[in-house]
Design a protein around this ligand. Structure first.
Ligand code: EPZ
Length: 428
């Protein structure tokens, strides 16, 4: 496929030399920003969002809001969204099927307007990405669900959604967020059980409560909402720092820095990663909104890693961490428990010289240290793409990464920000 301008990175590898000695600032969280854009539809007169990252998935969500008829005013990292008056909401298929986050709009739209039509959401190809929890939950809240011509048509009864007792078969981030939002406008009590515990969910829930929603149980697996109708708020929603971006930079620092300071982050959201980096042999210092990664001169130690729902080790950092483990002296094992196709990056790392054995779709073994050699690679998804970028920076020789648009989905101006750390990479 002909390269789109700006969709290729050429990286001059550092052959493992610790060339970084600097600081990098973290942007707003992709996964907090996209749910906050959906939450704007719960507010009578709209919502202002602050600290939005300027990344592709956020642009797409703002575009979907505008396409629904909302007034959307963007100024830098701030956006104001005023929902429209309408009787039914239809998500633009072209855009909604490209991002998983579009599913977050369905709860607020159904709860506010009584009817929503949407395609199966897209997103990174890291597994099936089913939406059975959403369709079952809407039915439990009294809605009818039809699948017609590739779209789902969901309609609430005349009096709107009713509160329900919903038990999620496993912890789902976007399902928890979607039903937390829908419940705010539903009639009566909703009890959500086996909720995900991500900090973004607590950030949203606290903000909704500040705006008048009756919510208890935030930060626990059971969230109770007493639906009270449209909300009114007079302060902006402050998007959290992106913990996955911060973690990705910490892993880069672990590989290539004498000292890397990561500012504007929330260290308490990254306990699982920071503990692991110390186990591997890095020195980690944390301060207010700051993480410092320091080389110790000791060999990197292998570890066994199991991804887990928050606060466990995040699946979104699994691929970048695998790159670090190719440089550890000994055998490591990674067990990916959340998604069924999130080890696909291993083949590319093997082609760069990594010693990796894929034991099954959920488990792989890595023996290091090995010298990685640069080559042409193609990003299959957002986090694997970041892992290839990191691998190219560690490798000897030149790496060309195609499909950089996947990396742009979650990391703002990644090449400029890494060049500012003294790394040699150019976008073409
Ligand atoms: C969210 O995806 C994040 N995306 C993902 O980040 C993250 O990797 C994931 O949570 C897990 O932490 C956003 O927040 C936009 P899930 P989500 O529902 O909500 C199964 C990134 O790179 N499931 O928590 O789609 C599902 O298959 C992205 O930033 C059902 O079975 O993930 C998975 O096995 C990638 N039925 C498990 O639950 C459903 O209806 C957890 O998935 C929904 C989910």
């Amino acid at each position: 496929m002909a390269d789109v301008a700006g969709d290729t990175l050429i990286i001059e590898g550092q052959a493992g030399r610790r060339v970084i000695n600097g600081s990098i600032r973290v942007n707003g969280s992709k996964n907090d920003a996209v749910q906050a854009i959906a939450a704007a539809f719960l507010f009578k007169n709209g919502l202002t969002l602050a600290n939005l990252p300027q990344i592709d998935d956020v642009q797409k969500m703002l575009w979907l809001a505008k396409d629904l008829g909302a007034e959307v005013k963007i100024s830098g990292r701030t956006a104001f969204i005023r929902p429209p008056r309408m009787s039914r909401a239809t998500l633009d298929t072209e855009i909604a099927e490209k991002i998983r986050a579009s599913i977050l709009l369905t709860g607020p739209l159904l709860a506010r307007y009584g009817s929503v039509t949407f395609p199966h959401p897209g997103g990174c190809v890291i597994g099936e990405r089913p939406i059975d929890f959403f369709l079952a939950g809407f039915r439990q809240m009294g809605a009818s669900v039809r699948h017609r011509r590739g779209s789902y048509e969901v309609n609430a009864p005349g009096r709107g959604l009713r509160g329900a007792a919903i038990f999620f078969k496993n912890q789902s981030v976007t399902a928890t967020e979607t039903f937390l939002m829908a419940a705010v406008l539903a009639r009566g009590l909703t009890v959500l059980r086996n909720c995900a515990l991500e900090p973004e969910i607590e950030n949203l829930g606290r903000f909704l409560r500040h705006a008048g929603a009756k919510i208890s149980g935030l930060g626990t697996p059971t969230i109770i909402v007493n639906g009270r109708g449209l909300l009114v708020v007079h302060r902006p929603y402050q998007v959290l720092p992106d913990r996955i971006e911060a973690g990705s930079f910490a892993i880069l620092g672990a590989l290539l820095a004498k000292r890397l300071e990561i500012t504007g982050c929330e260290p308490s959201h990254l306990q699982a990663l920071l503990n692991l980096l110390e186990e591997i042999g890095l020195r980690i210092k944390t301060g207010k909104n700051k993480i410092t990664v320091l080389a110790t001169g000791r060999k990197l130690k292998p570890v066994n890693l199991k991804t887990h729902e928050y606060p466990g080790f995040p699946t979104d950092l699994q691929a970048p961490l695998a790159v670090l483990l190719t440089q550890a002296a000994g055998a490591s094992v990674i067990l990916e428990t959340i998604f069924e196709s999130r080890l696909n990056y291993a083949k590319t790392l093997i082609s760069m010289g990594a010693k990796i054995e894929i034991l099954n779709p959920h488990r792989l073994a890595i023996v290091g240290p090995t010298t990685l050699t640069g080559r042409k690679v193609t990003s299959p998804d957002l986090r694997a793409g970041l892992a290839y970028l990191v691998a190219g920076l560690v490798a000897k020789g030149r790496t060309v990464v195609h499909n950089v648009h996947y990396i742009d989905r979650g990391y703002e101006r990644i090449d400029e920000r890494l060049r500012a750390l003294g790394l040699a990479l150019k976008r073409f």
